[in-house]
Design a protein around this ligand. Structure first.
Ligand SMILES: [Zn+2]
Length: 558
């Protein structure tokens, strides 16, 4: 739970400067709802270009340098003496000496990806100093700076806008939709045991339901809301800071996005209506805490957000939604409680009881599924089905419950595979089959005639074979070419199924640093001392996750 001190008083507001010397506009807010996580920082617009100067927000030292083809791409972490760490992601390049420090380590490890922890005397920085240039590296979908402030000891990430870093915003949040959910089978909402949703529209400074009918409820329910925050002058909508829910004048529920730990970020799948998200791509934030949801962003929640309407009487329900600048959107509507209406829907049975508290196991002759305790947010009736084999599969497709039910931790899935020619055993894998029938690699190691892997998503799985090697397409070299008017070698590498596991480029048998941009399938070597004058032999080997390899060789002349 957040502490009782107002968030603004817990963090120094005059200590840090902004990481960019421009008017800050956000394309992503702290705690914004993302796929399987809450956004851990803010995304600052860089005007659709790369190469803006990034400044150290205070004195400190570079305590971590992480280079990856995905994730934050080229990222710097600076530890400050006041107990906070600032993080800068998707960078284009670093200044020297950070650049040469990183390059040395990459050559020493013969690896593009590195995760380095310099000690506090190696790479000191001062407040306002340029440390890097903004970019679009890693899994970024457009140039921007991903910026975080973390508490050094707790490793919790904190909303950077609580440190006095200013963003202009006087636009109130948008409330799009409210949904009312029956808590159990005895509840009725407008006479049925089904969730009811309605859209809202703005009327002056408040929101009202588009169709303003009183909703009749008998029994236990909870509410959920679909809401966003637009910024001044921005086309995109971001996440809101806080949500409060009142029945008449009593607060039933509130949360805010002051801080959270990375370990709890996946609880987002319990925080939202996951089924609605999976089926309609709409994120409804539930004002209800499932039994195994351990998120700490909640402030005050009565009875986990479950509200009883039993006696005749009308109640005003009010949602208050705020952005971090305190701009507030309000939505009110009415519900009428009814006595003891009985649900017409029959209790559905079937499936195997998987209790959220303990370990759960399922086993047939062809499939084993093993789920550790606390992997589920609530108790479920586990469903299993054998579906027909598709032409590329070597087993039937096994339905392991429903993909719209979220899993918090990994379970172990084992699929029996027989009658494989011995040569193909090493090329077998477990594939997840999505709603459109598209397979994706999900691992797989042999154990006693079964392929085994860990899965963190329910859904359809089968065993398949991958014998196809990655492809290599040179973009600016060919065998025998004289490299007169260029200072890079670029190649595109792709793998059709299991994905690229590793690559290795050499010049004259010596490893060279090739930067890998996975989202563009692009490998780049920037000319350095490894390229000799005269003739050079360039070799690139690319390997996928089933160890299918491809090699490209070219003699090049400098
Ligand atoms: Zn980001």
């Amino acid at each position: 739970m957040s502490s009782l001190l107002p968030a603004q008083d817990k963090y120094p507001t005059n200590y840090f400067i902004a990481p960019l010397d421009i008017e800050l506009k956000l394309v992503g807010t702290f705690g914004e709802l993302r796929s399987d996580h809450f956004h851990s920082g803010i995304d600052i617009k860089t005007g659709e270009v790369e190469g803006l100067e990034i400044r150290a927000i205070a004195d400190g030292y570079v305590s971590r340098i992480k280079i990856r083809s995905g994730g934050y791409g080229n990222a710097l972490y600076i530890t400050h003496p006041n107990g906070f760490v600032s993080v800068y992601g998707h960078l284009q390049r670093f200044i020297d000496p950070i650049k040469s420090y990183t390059r040395n380590a990459q050559y020493q490890n013969e690896s593009f990806s590195v995760d380095l922890y310099p000690d506090k005397n190696q790479l000191k920085v001062v407040k306002g100093q340029i440390i890097a240039w903004s970019g679009n590296s890693g899994s970024s979908t457009g140039p921007h700076l991903h910026f975080e402030i973390r508490e050094e000891v707790s490793q919790k990430t904190v909303n950077p806008l609580l440190f006095g870093i200013d963003v202009k915003d006087n636009t109130i949040p948008i409330i799009n939709m409210v949904k009312i959910y029956p808590f159990n089978k005895q509840t009725t909402i407008n006479g049925k045991n089904e969730a009811v949703g309605f859209f809202a529209k703005r009327s002056g400074n408040v929101y009202v339901p588009v169709k303003n009918d009183t909703i009749e409820i008998s029994g236990n329910i909870y509410f959920g809301i679909n809401t966003f925050d637009p910024f001044n002058g921005g086309q995109n909508v971001n996440g809101v800071y806080s949500i409060q829910l009142f029945v008449d004048s009593t607060e039933i529920y509130s949360h805010d996005l002051e801080n959270f730990s990375f370990a709890e970020s996946r609880y987002i799948n319990s925080f939202i209506d996951y089924k609605e998200y999976k089926q309609k791509s709409r994120r409804i934030q539930k004002s209800y805490i499932q039994p195994n949801n351990r998120l700490t962003i909640y402030n005050h929640v009565d009875n986990r957000g479950i509200i009883h309407f039993g006696e005749d009487g009308t109640h005003q329900i009010t949602y208050l939604v705020k952005d971090i600048k305190g701009n507030e959107a309000k939505l009110s509507f009415y519900v009428r409680g009814k006595i003891g209406e009985i649900s017409e829907k029959k209790e559905k049975t079937g499936g195997i009881l998987f209790n959220y508290t303990g370990q759960n196991k399922f086993e047939t002759t062809e499939v084993k599924f093993d789920l550790p305790g606390k992997a589920l947010y609530d108790t479920i009736y586990f469903k299993y089905k054998v579906l027909p084999k598709t032409k590329d599969a070597v087993t039937p497709i096994y339905q392991i419950h429903y993909d719209y039910v979220p899993l918090h931790s990994f379970g172990k899935l084992a699929i029996k595979v027989d009658s494989l020619p011995p040569g193909l055993k090493a090329k077998a894998l477990i594939a997840r089959i999505d709603n459109k029938g598209k397979p994706s690699y999900s691992g797989g190691k042999w154990n006693n005639g079964f392929l085994e892997t860990s899965i963190r998503q329910f859904g359809n799985y089968c065993a398949m074979i991958d014998t196809v090697s990655p492809t290599i397409s040179p973009l600016n070299i060919k065998n025998g070419k004289t490299l007169a008017k260029q200072n890079t070698i670029k190649l595109r590498i792709k793998d059709s199924f299991s994905g690229i596991k590793s690559f290795r480029g050499t010049l004259n048998d010596k490893w060279i640093l090739m930067e890998y941009d996975a989202k563009r399938s692009l490998l780049t070597y920037r000319f350095d001392e490894k390229l000799l004058s005269g003739k050079n032999v360039f070799i690139l080997t690319v390997t996928d996750k089933l160890n299918n390899t491809n090699t490209y060789t070219a003699n090049i002349i400098k």
